[in-house]
Design a binder for this molecule. Structure first.
Ligand SMILES: [Zn+2]
Length: 141
């Protein structure tokens, strides 16, 4: 169960960073449907997309053109995997709110890092989730 939650967290972070990169650089979210290299635009194979593991296997570079892959990706995937694994210990509703909060933070950080853009709707979601968390903390006390 812990390994699955780690894998889910790392995969969620990988997906969110991919979407934030595409949104931040005005690329389509649906075309091409598969992930691709930013430098040579080659479509990546399935084993190039395994979070953290593929970064290690590929030695931090593209399989086709040898362009370096940012260290940000495996680091955020690992941290997200650890966070998802940690949160599975607590009660489910509390976990869901924290996981939504965390994924929203990953999206904000990634869009800011990749394109220096912070979307207002993402801040609104963060505010609503913060209100849920704050109410929950008050309720516990
Ligand atoms: Zn490439």
């Amino acid at each position: 169960m812990l390994f699955l939650s780690f894998l889910f967290g790392a995969s969620a972070a990988s997906f969110i960073t991919s979407c934030s990169y595409r949104l931040g650089n005005s690329h389509s979210l649906t075309i091409p449907q598969r992930s691709y290299c930013d430098n040579c635009h080659s479509i990546l194979r399935w084993w190039h997309l395994i979070p953290i593991f593929s970064f290690i296997i590929l030695r931090g570079q593209c399989f086709y053109c040898k362009q370096k892959i940012s260290l940000y990706l495996p680091v955020i995937e690992f941290l997200s995997g650890v966070a998802f694994t940690t949160f599975i210990i607590y009660e489910p509703i509390h976990d869901l709110i924290i996981i939504l909060f965390l994924t929203n933070l990953i999206f904000l950080i990634s869009t800011d890092l990749f394109s220096h853009v912070i979307y207002s709707y993402s801040l609104l979601g963060l505010f609503l989730l913060r209100c849920c968390l704050f109410r929950k903390i008050i309720f516990i006390i």
